[in-house]
Design a binder for this molecule. Structure first.
Ligand SMILES: Nc1nc2c(c(=O)[nH]1)N[C@H]1C(S)=C(S)[C@@H](COP(=O)(O)OP(=O)(O)OC[C@H]3O[C@@H](n4cnc5c(N)ncnc54)[C@H](O)[C@@H]3O)O[C@H]1N2
Ligand code: MOO
Length: 644
C-alpha cells in the first residue's frame, strides 16, 4: 500500500458542503463594477440601480399613419353630420412615429378619412384626446428605475437601456476562473493526430467542457495547458493562478485516492483543505480548499463527476459572487419505467431518458458510469435520489430536472428493444425534415425486453428480431404470446445479415455454421434469450449439430460488439453477429442467414404525428440509401406490414 495515497477527510452531505463553501467565500454580489456598452452587456449582471437618463418617447409621437388634429375640432362629427377638415389648417399629415404638430393632440387613421379634394377631407366620427398618440414618457420616464442591481441583462433589456439613454452600463466583473487540467495521460487533441493516440493516452476534454460551463454561468474562463502528475508543477500553477488574481482556481483530475492524485497535497501545503469528499454520486471526490483567501477547487477527473461538481458548487459560487440566484432547471413529474436502485447515504444524480407515452412522462435510467460523457449527453433529464432513499420503485412518480425543453420530450418517439445500427440512421434522418421536431430515443434491452416494455406501456414502439423456431417466422408468434390484448401493427424496418465474425484473413478457414463443430475452432456465444442465440440454436437444430460438441458454446457475451471484441482479442476464433459489429472492429464477416428486424407499433400510436413521420421516413429513398450504404442490410421489405 502506497503511503502517499489520500484518504478522504470526513465526507460531507451536499447541503453541508455547499453551506461550508458559501460561508467560507463569497459575500453576495462582491464582484467589482465595470462599465460596458449596452450591445456588449447581454448576459452581464447590473451592478447598481440603473435609472433612465431620458424619457422615451421624448416627444408626443403619432402612433398610426393618418392626420394629426386637435380632438376638440372633431367633436360632433357623425355619419349623418360629417366634419370637413383642411390640410395645413386643422389637419396635418403624419406617419407613425412623427412628432405631433403644435396644437394637435390626436391622430385619425388614414383608413377613416374621406378625401374630398387635395386639401380637404371629411371625417364621420370624432377623435378623442390622445387617440393614437404615444405620449412623451409613455414608455420610459427620465429618472425612473430601469433595472435594479442583480438583474441579468437580456437582449430585450438592451432596448430599454439605449432608449433610456444608458450608453455605459454598470455591470459586475465576471469572476475570473482559471482551469488547470492535470494528468500525465492527457493528450492535446489540437496537436496530436488521432491515429497517434496510444492506449493509456486520454484526449483532454474536461477543460473545454468547463470553459463552456463557466461562460454559461457568467464567469470568465482561462485555461492552462495540461500539467503532468508532478506535485511541484501543479503547486506552481496553483500559486501562480492565485497570485495573478483568479477569483476561483479549478484543478481537474487527481482529486481522489490514487497514488498520483496530488490536489490535496498541493492545497494542504499552500493553504487549507476545507472539504474533501461529498456524499454525492457522481462527484464524490470534490475537494474545496483556500489559498490566500482564494477558493481552489479540486474537480474530479471523470467527466460526469466534474460536471455534477461544477453545477453543484462552482456555478453556484460564480452566481453568488455576481449576486444573482443560481441557475435552476425546469422540473417535471415523471414515472420510472423500472426500479432504480441507489445506495443509502449517497445522493445520486441519475441521468434519464424521457418520453411522453400516453398521458405520462416516463423516465428510463441511463448507464451510471461517471467516466462516460454519453450518460449525460444522451440524457433528457436528471433524477436526484436523496441520501436517505434506497432507490426508486418501478412506476414511482418522482421529480426530474429537465435538460431539454418539455416540448422536445413530448415529440420524442420512445423505442425500446433490440439494438440495430439502422435505428441510429433513423434517429438522424428523422431530424432532417419536419422542422427537426421529431426525436427518436432508443433504449436497448433486447427483443423480448422491448415487447415487455410495450406490455407495460412505457414506450411507443419496440424493435425486435425474434425467430419462431417452429415455423421460421419472425416476431408474430412472440407478439401474440406477449401482447395478446394489445392491437399492434408489425412493420419491417430492415432485413439484415447475421454472420460469422472471424479474425482478419480468416486464418481458421471458417466457411459456415457447420464448421463450429469441427473441433479446432473456439466459439463465443450470445446470452440465452437473445435473438442471435435463438437463431444459432435453430440453425444447429436444422443441421443436426449437438451444441455440446462446440468448444466455447457455454461462453456468453451480451452484445454483438463484445462478441466482436472477443474475436479481435483472440479469446475466440469465431462468433455470430451482425455485419456492422464486424466492420467496426475490422473483422472478416461470412454471412450465414438473413433475418428480419421489425418495429412493433401499438395501433393507438399509428395516427400520432411523430409516428406518421417515422413511417414516412423509413420508406424514403434517402433512408434506404443510407441503410444500404452501411453494408449487411436489405431494404426490400422496409415499411411493409407483416400480416398476422
Ligand atoms: N480507491 C478509490 N478510487 C477512486 C475513488 C475512491 O474513492 N477510492 N473515487 C472514484 C471516483 S468516485 C472518481 S469520480 C474518480 C475521480 O478521480 P480523480 O479526480 O482523481 O481523477 P483522475 O483519476 O485524475 O481521472 C479520472 C479519469 O478521468 C480522466 N480525466 C482526468 N482529467 C481529464 C481531462 N482533463 N480530460 C479528459 N479526461 C480526463 C482520467 O484520464 C481518468 O480516466 O476516482 C475514482 N477512484
Ligand atoms: O464521483 Mo465518482 O463519479 O462518484 O464516480
Amino acid at each position: 500500500m502506497n503511503a502517499n495515497r489520500n484518504v478522504y477527510l470526513k465526507k460531507r452531505t451536499l447541503d453541508e458542503a455547499r453551506r461550508m463553501l458559501f460561508e467560507a467565500f463569497s459575500g453576495f454580489g462582491v464582484m467589482a463594477t465595470e462599465h460596458v456598452s449596452p450591445d456588449a452587456a447581454v448576459g452581464r449582471v447590473i451592478a447598481g440601480p440603473v435609472f433612465a437618463k431620458v424619457s422615451s418617447p421624448n416627444f408626443h409621437a403619432a402612433a398610426m399613419d393618418g392626420i394629426a388634429v386637435a380632438a376638440a375640432d372633431t367633436f360632433g362629427a357623425a355619419e349623418t353630420r360629417p366634419r370637413t377638415l383642411t390640410i395645413g389648417t386643422d389637419a396635418f399629415w403624419v406617419n407613425t412615429g412623427n412628432p405631433l404638430p403644435e396644437g394637435t393632440d390626436a391622430v385619425i387613421m388614414i383608413e377613416n378619412l374621406n378625401p374630398v379634394d387635395d386639401r380637404t377631407l371629411t371625417i364621420e366620427a370624432p377623435a378623442f384626446p390622445w387617440q393614437y398618440v404615444r405620449k412623451m414618457g409613455e414608455d420610459i420616464v427620465a429618472t425612473e428605475l430601469l433595472f435594479p442591481r442583480g438583474h441579468r441583462i437580456t437582449p430585450y433589456c438592451v432596448g430599454a437601456l439605449i432608449g433610456g439613454g444608458i450608453f455605459q452600463v454598470p455591470v459586475r466583473k465576471k469572476p475570473a476562473v482559471t482551469i488547470l487540467p492535470t494528468g500525465s495521460e492527457l493528450t492535446d487533441w489540437r496537436t496530436v493526430p488521432i491515429e497517434a493516440v496510444r492506449p493509456g493516452q486520454v484526449l483532454e476534454s474536461n477543460s473545454f467542457v468547463l470553459w463552456g460551463l463557466i461562460r454559461e454561468w457568467g464567469g470568465a474562463p482561462s485555461r492552462r495547458e495540461p500539467l503532468k502528475d508532478d506535485v511541484a508543477a501543479i503547486s506552481r500553477a496553483v500559486s501562480d493562478a492565485v497570485d495573478e488574481g483568479a477569483d476561483i482556481v479549478l484543478t481537474v483530475g487527481g482529486s481522489s485516492a490514487g497514488s498520483e492524485d496530488f490536489t490535496r497535497t498541493v492545497i494542504d501545503a499552500q493553504g487549507e483543505v476545507l472539504i474533501h469528499g461529498v456524499t454525492i454520486m457522481p462527484g464524490k471526490p470534490i475537494l474545496v480548499g483556500r489559498v490566500k483567501g482564494t477558493p481552489v477547487i479540486g474537480m474530479p477527473g471523470y467527466p460526469v463527476s466534474m460536471i455534477v461538481a461544477f453545477e453543484q458548487f462552482v456555478g453556484p459560487l460564480i452566481c453568488r459572487m455576481l449576486g444573482v440566484p443560481e441557475l435552476q432547471r425546469p422540473r417535471v413529474t415523471v414515472e420510472t419505467t423500472r426500479k432504480i436502485p441507489s445506495k443509502l447515504g449517497v445522493e445520486e444524480f441519475v441521468r434519464v431518458k424521457l418520453g411522453k407515452v400516453g398521458d405520462r412522462i416516463v423516465a428510463t435510467a441511463l448507464p451510471r458510469g461517471a467516466g462516460s460523457i454519453t450518460t449525460i449527453t444522451d440524457a433528457d433529464g436528471i433524477i436526484r435520489i436523496p441520501n436517505a432513499v434506497e432507490g426508486i420503485r418501478e412506476h414511482e412518480r418522482v421529480t426530474a430536472e429537465l435538460l431539454r425543453p418539455l416540448s422536445a420530450v413530448e415529440n420524442t418517439l420512445v423505442v425500446v428493444g433490440s439494438h440495430d445500427n439502422t435505428l441510429d440512421v433513423l434517429a438522424d434522418q428523422l431530424r432532417a425534415g419536419h422542422d427537426g421536431a421529431v426525436t427518436l430515443s432508443s433504449t436497448h434491452v433486447g427483443s423480448t425486453g422491448g415487447l415487455l416494455a410495450l406490455k407495460r406501456g412505457v414506450c411507443h414502439l419496440a424493435g425486435s428480431h425474434l425467430l419462431d423456431t417452429g415455423d421460421g417466422s419472425y416476431n408474430v408468434s412472440y407478439v401474440k404470446r406477449f401482447l395478446p390484448d394489445t392491437p399492434v401493427r408489425i412493420v419491417n424496418l430492415v432485413l439484415r445479415d447475421q454472420g460469422l465474425m472471424v479474425a482478419r484473413g480468416n486464418p481458421k478457414g471458417i466457411r459456415e455454421i457447420a464448421d463450429l463443430a469441427r473441433g479446432d475452432v473456439r466459439f463465443i456465444n450470445r446470452q440465452g434469450g437473445s435473438g442471435t442465440r435463438i437463431l444459432l440454436d435453430y440453425r444447429l437444430g436444422q443441421l443436426g449439430i449437438d451444441p455440446a460438441g462446440i468448444p466455447g458454446y457455454d461462453t456468453e457475451e451480451f452484445t454483438h460488439m463484445t462478441v466482436a471484441a472477443a474475436v479481435l482479442s483472440g479469446a475466440a476464433d469465431v462468433g455470430l453477429g451482425i455485419y456492422a459489429a464486424a466492420k467496426a472492429l475490422h473483422l472478416d464477416f461470412i454471412p450465414v442467414v438473413t433475418e428480419q428486424y421489425d418495429l412493433i407499433i401499438p395501433e393507438i400510436y399509428l395516427d400520432w404525428p411523430p409516428m406518421k413521420v417515422l413511417l414516412e421516413t423509413i420508406v424514403s429513398a434517402e433512408f434506404k440509401r443510407r441503410v444500404k450504404a452501411l453494408g449487411g442490410y436489405s431494404t426490400r421489405m422496409t415499411g411493409k406490414g407483416i400480416e398476422f
